[in-house]
Design a protein around this ligand. Structure first.
Ligand code: GSH
Length: 224
């Protein structure tokens, strides 16, 4: 049986949600972040060479990296709705967003979080210099790219309820974390009604709700 090692307020929530969507058997082991550093605790770090969340264990395998885990689970439990097959009509749209989630959106969210930590940990006298530099980098690089992604999301969600077409796919599951994080950081303004409605559709899904109940936290990512 798959064991999901779930770190609170982390990207492993999406794997929990996927397992609930698929309705397969799994065991859940929950871990809290270190209260001071907010990093994964030592016992979690020992689970995989990267020391990051998520990790699943299955027989003798310990696997990290969200997208690899999602693909591994779909190899075990193939599902042509949630993971459209090659050459199916929604495959390319699904693939684009599946990879944009981890390859484009997540790095922007991570950069923004690091900028925030730098500012919080820098003495205020130095922040006088650092804050405008980070604000310029954030505005010029992070916001520009995030806006472009959200504009495309908005356009695509005008045509369909889900990123991969008419039904939820693993692209939606992967995008849930960076889009919720972008929303928490004020990126999801009233200019993005379709994307806001999509986020609400996700929250309303019974499988998302049962993942939430098992997780027991208020949001996927650490609250700001
Ligand atoms: N690309 C990796 C990123 C993993 C990652 O950075 N996870 C964060 C949680 S969102 C983490 O483990 N943070 C705690 C730590 O680094 O100790 C993935 O998708 O699995």
């Amino acid at each position: 049986m798959i064991v999901l090692h779930h770190l609170e307020y982390s990207q492993s929530f999406r794997v929990l949600w996927l397992l609930e969507e698929l309705g397969v058997e799994y065991e859940l082991k929950k871990y809290n972040r270190d209260p001071e550093t907010h990093l994964a605790p030592e016992e979690y770090k020992k689970l995989s060479p990267l020391g990051t969340a998520p990790v699943i264990t299955h027989n003798n395998l310990a696997l990290a990296e969200t997208s690899a885990i999602v693909e591994y689970i779909l190899d075990l439990y193939p599902n042509p709705e949630i993971s459209p097959l090659a050459h199916s009509p929604n495959r390319v749209q699904h693939l684009f967003w599946f990879h944009a989630a981890q390859g484009s959106m997540m790095p922007l969210i991570l950069m923004e979080a690091i900028f925030q930590i730098i500012q919080e940990r820098t003495p205020s006298i130095l922040n006088i210099v650092i804050r405008p530099v980070l604000a310029k980098a954030s505005q010029g690089f992070i916001k520009t790219r995030m806006d472009k992604l959200l504009e495309k999301a908005e356009e695509d969600l005008k045509a369909n309820d889900w990123f991969g077409g008419k039904v939820l796919t693993t692209a939606d599951i992967l995008l849930s974390y960076p889009i919720e994080s972008a929303s928490m950081r004020g990126y999801l303004s009233d200019d993005y009604p379709n994307t806001r409605a999509w986020l609400q559709r996700i929250y309303n899904r019974p499988a998302f709700q049962s993942a939430k109940d098992k997780d027991g936290r208020s949001s996927m990512a650490l609250p700001l």
